[in-house]
Design a protein around this ligand. Structure first.
Ligand code: GLU
Length: 314
């Protein structure tokens, strides 16, 4: 990995970071997870990584944050590798919901009672239940190893405070999981599955890690330096499709129109973007809009997409 700091792209990114940071004042941190409520709002960082592994960073790019919903992309990839699409999409659908990320509404009245997609909480919990392993430690280890490998960073680990905070207060996720068990959409023990889900959400990264992961997905699942095929290209293609249709929850349509790149947000304020055949982008800005997406992060991506013609809908 070559980290380029002082060049024109870096100066341009730094200027855009400064222009977009004030948007953070209009947002709120994810107070429903107590550990995330304590994070400062006035942070904005970005890293971009091309398919050769060249990285450029600006702003608070070293700031560390938990993956939260971004982890759903990686458990989806692992579940697809473990079982193939038929089993995975028997468990979760492929359609956007138009609902908030933690909504239970459609789970009850749609038939069959299957989460509409793997990017909402109910869908991600159902996918988590599919991860192979003899016990919860082994299953979580496999998720962490995939994340480490895709990020080219063997040090990525769990933020224990964030994990415990969510484990103690994740009543909504608990209710989604127990409902899924009731309608036979979970095979394993409900609390075990939730434990893996809370842990994957608490894996801690920086913008550089996200940018690198986005670039590997943009590269069809091949590691940038070694060319090792870690995830099949067709599964990376599916992940990018879900990022476009469901990556920003009930803000996905607007993000597709205004920015137009495959991206997945998390309530820590992180955004993973993967631009097919071009680059990965990692952004963090902890102040969120009312849909749970980083406000200044979205603004920054919109600027980058506009000036660099990044939209895939050319
Ligand atoms: N851990 C979070 C939750 O389950 C993830 C949600 C998100 O990042 O959007 O509520």
């Amino acid at each position: 990995m070559v980290v380029v700091k002082a060049n024109e792209i870096q100066a341009q990114l730094q200027q855009w970071v400064e222009e977009c940071l004030p948007w953070a004042e209009k947002g709120e941190t994810a107070g429903y997870i107590p550990a995330l409520d304590k994070v400062p709002r006035d942070i904005l960082g970005v890293a971009i990584c091309d398919l050769e592994g060249n990285v450029v960073e600006a702003g608070d790019s070293d700031f560390e944050f938990s993956l939260q919903s971004i982890s759903k992309v990686f458990t989806l990839l692992l579940a697809l590798e473990d079982h193939g699409p038929e089993v995975v999409f028997n468990r979760v659908g492929m359609e956007p919901t138009g609902d908030p990320f933690n909504s239970i509404a459609k789970l009850e009245y749609l038939r069959p009672n299957k989460p509409l997609n793997p990017m909402i909480n109910a869908g991600a919990i159902a996918v988590c239940d599919l991860i192979k392993g003899n016990n919860i430690e082994e299953k979580f280890d496999r998720i962490r190893n995939l994340v480490r490998k895709l990020a080219n960073n063997p040090h990525i680990d769990l933020d224990q405070k964030v994990y415990f905070s969510e484990k103690q207060t994740g009543h909504r996720n608990r209710s989604l999981a127990y409902f899924l068990k009731d309608v036979d959409r979970l095979d394993g023990d409900v609390e075990d599955t939730l434990d893996i889900y809370f842990k994957q959400c608490a894996l801690t990264v920086c913008c550089r890690d996200l940018a690198y992961m986005g670039a590997v997905i943009a590269n069809g699942g091949k590691l940038l330096e070694t060319g090792e095929q870690v995830v099949r290209p067709e599964y990376c293609r599916m992940a990018k499709a879900f990022m476009v249709t469901c990556g920003f929850y009930n803000g996905s349509g607007q993000f597709a129109v205004e920015v137009g790149i495959p991206a997945k947000s998390g309530v820590s304020g992180g955004i993973l973007s993967s631009i097919p055949g071009r680059m990965g982008i990692g952004v963090v800005g902890p102040a969120l809009d009312d849909k749970g997406n980083s406000l200044s992060g979205e603004m920054l991506l919109a600027k980058m997409a506009r000036h660099w013609n990044l939209s895939i809908f050319v």
